[in-house]
Design a protein. Structure first.
Ligand code: NAD
Length: 249
């Protein structure tokens, strides 16, 4: 049987067609979920949802804006009847060094990657409680673990490390409600966030540090989200799954 049969899943930052969010949406839809794609632009989100087939929807949502999160989640619940799964995937990066981080760039990176996880979770959690349980999975990064990724700056590392702490705190607080909260920490995944930004020489250098000897694909991360969203992970909460080809071994 299908792993997410009849489940209602909200995925943020999933309108980018080659992104991790959309790959996750595709896998979830194939496993029987009804998917609500949340992203900055309603048209882009709706067009992405249409690619999943019948019964999936796209909604405008800026995760840095609490009211926008509440409004989008309200529309999802009105149209789908509830929520079982939240994937906090929306994120942005900026490849700068510590001394180049100005207040505005710090705020921007922290707002989308960290505050956004709080706001969208706050909007969804009461609905998971109403269902008697659910699963939240949050997007962190190997940048949080290594103190720097390939393209993320120190503020990005800080934000993604913050996601780990926030997710574990929510896992502790909402376990009693049957709500599990986990994280994934991807390595370098080929999406628009880094497309064309890494030279062939740099790629060779990066691959030397990856035992599986390839960059990640969005579906590699989607598989981890599927595991965390489904009952296969029913006794797993507060966990962090590395999806990095062995980069940290
Ligand atoms: P992507 O750029 O394709 O996807 C990011 C999506 O987030 C876009 O659709 C964008 O419109 C959306 N978004 C940006 N700001 C938003 C906001 N304020 N509100 C709602 N949506 C917003 O890139 P991706 O690589 O698929 O990134 C997905 C997530 O994975 C991000 O959180 C990123 O930091 C994380 N990540 C990526 C990699 C990688 O190597 N690609 C590695 C580790 C973690």
């Amino acid at each position: 049987s299908l792993l997410l049969d009849g489940k209602i899943a909200v995925i943020s930052g999933a309108a980018s067609l080659r992104g991790i969010g959309m790959a996750t949406a595709r896998m979830f839809a194939a496993q029987g979920a009804k998917v609500a794609i949340l992203d900055l632009d309603e048209t882009a989100a709706s067009e992405a949802a249409a690619q999943l087939g019948e019964g999936h929807r796209g909604y405008a949502c800026n995760v840095t804006d609490k009211e926008s999160c509440v409004a989008a989640v309200g529309r999802v619940v009105a149209e789908f009847g509830g929520i079982d799964i939240l994937i906090n995937n929306a994120g942005i990066t900026q490849p700068v060094k510590t001394l180049d981080i100005d207040p505005a760039s710090w705020d921007r990176i922290l707002d989308v990657n960290l505050r956004g996880v709080l706001y969208l979770s706050q909007a969804v959690l009461p609905h998971l409680q109403k269902r008697g349980g659910g699963s939240i999975a949050c997007m962190s990064s190997v940048s949080a673990q290594r103190g720097g990724g390939i393209l993320g700056g120190p503020h990005y590392s800080a934000a993604k490390a913050g996601v780990l702490g926030l997710a574990k705190a929510m896992a502790r607080e909402f376990g009693i409600d049957g709500i599990r909260v986990n994280c994934v920490t991807p390595g370098l995944i080929q999406t628009d966030i880094n497309a064309g930004k890494i030279s062939p020489e740099k790629t060779t250098e990066i691959l030397a540090g990856i035992p599986l000897n390839r960059l990640g694909e969005p579906k590699d991360v989607a598989g981890a989200f599927l595991f965390l969203a489904s009952d296969l992970s029913s006794y797993i909460t507060g966990a962090v799954i590395d999806v990095n080809g062995g980069m940290l071994i």
